[in-house]
Design a protein. Structure first.
Length: 112
């Protein structure tokens, strides 16, 4: 998926290399280039590659790709969406609603 645009790939690495949780991961497909991945609890939540002049962000949970034009656009998208992909903590109102409606019978174990 990564193209010959090594300059853009380098810029992506510069940005993601300092973001918490991001690391360069080898591809499981032989011959495929590595990807920058956001790993949370041992699972890849987001991956980033370069395709031509676009940066491709793959959202694992939604099985969808978001294409952005550059690192500024990528950073803005990640700032707005990264917490949700990490399984950010529930809003306190959501927890209270789940408790009131019997969705938790034992803390941390929904539906048991």
């Amino acid at each position: 998926m990564r193209s010959d645009n090594d300059e853009l790939w380098g810029q992506v690495g510069t940005v993601l290399g300092v973001r918490p949780g991001w690391s360069l991961q080898a591809s499981s497909s032989p011959g495929a280039p590595p990807s920058w991945c956001l790993v949370d609890e041992g699972e890849i939540d987001l991956s980033v590659n370069v395709d031509g002049d676009a940066i491709c962000i793959y959202v694992m949970s939604a099985d969808r790709e978001v294409r952005v034009a550059g690192t500024d656009e990528m950073t803005a998208w990640l700032d707005a969406n990264e917490a949700a992909s990490r399984g950010a903590p529930l809003d306190p109102g959501e927890v209270v609603d789940d408790l009131v409606h019997g969705k938790f019978t034992k803390w941390g174990h929904p539906g048991e």
